[in-house]
Design a binder for this molecule. Structure first.
Ligand code: SIN
Length: 509
């Protein structure tokens, strides 16, 4: 099959059309950019599904230092405090910027922004749009903005499959579309490809989000950071649908409680109860389910009669699942929701490969540490998109002539979901991680999901402690010193070969 080759004359390529990708393209205007999207703009982006909004210290009782303190506490010792400070300080202006771009945030009759509460926030500081339809409304405004910006060339229906790299510098993007392979020659690429939920059986993410940006970066030689930290949302609607409908934490912020089949509020004894940090609530529910109980959200008393009006998307998901929240309880279970780890970036979004930036969930800025504070991720995407755009704009667009490789590993994660869900779930343990590594190693050269699954499993095996969202039954305590982790694909393969050479426990005895 012939490959179409496009020389972009130095224009940067943005891969991904969620909030991070769209905002980066808008900030770069009027510099010409190419925006690659697998589907129609935003159609398969997690951003579109976001119910929670953006966290920002906007209340009269709030200030960035309080937002920072909550972020650092949730991050369990692993946040980069300087990055976190910069992001929370920039958050209020980022919301104003979105409003200027046409996002219709929820407001009081007097026109003030309505501020919601979510777990582990000490103040009401979550800005929503359309109740629980924040992502949809933000994407509506940004897609319209991007479509009407002449400097942005949108190419839809194209999937980036490899980055061409020469001497540790980006030389182009190899992509696929229904008519065959394409090559975009460029020295500047921004990854904004979202998360990894598609690697799991139970996730609240679109199933097409399976870590493509991570593998693009990893196969290009970039360092990835904190991969072992995966956030499980405590309250996904426990019905037959996959991906699982999310029941926003904002519902608990309005007073909903978590009960079991006997009506007992089993989180009552946990500090913070239903509004404890997300990892704490997810583990408590997981444990209760593992002990043979069921878990439900009770919204009948609070928020009560206003539930369906405040949370129309969730009310509709309940109706589709045959649940009437006004009369009955909503069945819930934890589901993969967000990846704190990602491509290691500096404050300008630069990765360890020259000419490669990452923004949004695919990036690991250090804001989230071991456990993301609710609604900090959209804020991060919007704030960091500006830093990335400034950095891209001020970087030379030097072009290289790459050797274009033809092999494109398979992106289909379906067969791997059971293995990855078992080994890398809410609760992990060493032998399970090693078994997954032995299973993934032989597949990693030919399968992108196996390669990224392998890297996450190695990071989880090497972190011999429990911290934030990473909980190991064989190392249930925090280590004395908090260290972020960093890994390249080559280093992960070497570590996996060591594991493969060591005998599984049952064969050693
Ligand atoms: C939620 O609304 O519970 C999710 C918000 C988030 O993940 O930040």
């Amino acid at each position: 099959m012939n490959m179409e080759i496009h020389n972009l004359g130095g224009r940067p390529v943005i891969v991904g059309s969620g909030i991070a990708g769209l905002m980066t393209a808008l900030h770069l205007a009027p510099e010409p950019v190419i925006l690659l999207s697998r589907t129609q703009l935003g159609a398969d982006a997690s951003s579109t599904w976001a119910q929670g909004g953006l966290a920002a210290s906007l209340g009269s009782d709030d200030e960035p230092s309080l937002h920072l303190a909550d972020t650092l506490a949730a991050g369990d010792g692993l946040c980069d405090a300087d990055i976190a400070r910069r992001i929370v300080q920039a958050a209020p202006a980022a919301i104003e910027d979105l409003a200027r771009r046409g996002v219709r945030f929820d407001r009081t009759p007097e026109g003030m922004l309505l501020l919601g509460l979510e777990a582990a926030h000490s103040r009401r500081r979550i800005v929503h749009a359309g109740g629980d339809g924040s992502g949809r409304e933000i994407m509506r405004a940004l897609v319209a903005g991007v479509r009407s910006t002449p400097s942005i060339t949108i190419i839809e229906g194209v999937e980036a499959r490899r980055l061409a790299v020469e001497d540790n510098a980006i030389a182009g993007v190899l992509a696929c579309c229904p008519t065959g392979p394409l090559f975009f020659g460029t020295g500047r690429v921004v990854l904004a490809t979202g998360g990894i939920g598609g690697l799991f059986l139970d996730s609240t993410n679109p199933s097409g989000s399976c870590g493509q940006g991570l593998t693009l970066a990893a196969r290009a030689g970039a360092a990835l950071a904190d991969l072992e930290f995966i956030q499980f949302h405590p309250t996904a609607l426990d019905g037959p649908d996959r991906p699982m409908p999310l029941i926003s934490e904002a519902v608990r912020g309005e007073g909903a409680t978590i009960v079991d089949e006997t009506g007992q509020r089993f989180l009552e004894g946990v500090p913070g109860a239903e509004l404890a940090a997300r990892d704490v609530v997810a583990r408590a529910i997981w444990k209760h389910l593992s002990n043979g109980h069921r878990a439900f959200l009770n919204v009948r008393e609070k928020p009560g009669p206003t539930f369906a009006r405040q949370f129309p998307t969730i009310a509709s998901a309940c109706r589709s699942a045959g649940v009437d929240p006004a009369r009955g309880l909503i069945p819930i279970r934890p589901a993969q929701h967000y990846h704190m780890g990602g491509v290691a970036v500096d404050g300008a979004g630069r990765t360890s490969v020259q000419g490669l930036w990452a923004c949004g969930e695919v990036a690991s800025t250090g804001l989230h540490g071991a456990n993301r504070l609710a609604s900090n991720s959209l804020t991060e995407a919007v704030v960091c998109a500006r830093c990335v755009a400034d950095s891209v704009a001020s970087s030379p667009c030097g072009q290289r002539k790459p050797a274009i490789a033809g092999d494109q590993p398979s992106p289909d994660p379906m067969d791997l979901r059971p293995l990855l869900s078992r080994a890398l779930g809410v609760v992990r343990e060493g032998e399970g991680l090693k078994a997954s590594i032995r299973g993934l190693l032989p597949l990693a050269a030919a399968s992108d999901p196996a390669a990224i699954g392998l890297m996450i499993a190695i990071a989880a095996m090497q972190r011999q402690e429990s911290r934030g969202a990473h909980y190991r039954t064989d190392f249930p305590h925090r280590a004395a010193v908090a260290r972020r982790s960093e890994l390249t694909l080559d280093a992960a393969v070497v570590a996996a070969q060591d594991v493969a050479c060591s005998l599984p426990l049952e064969e050693a005895i």
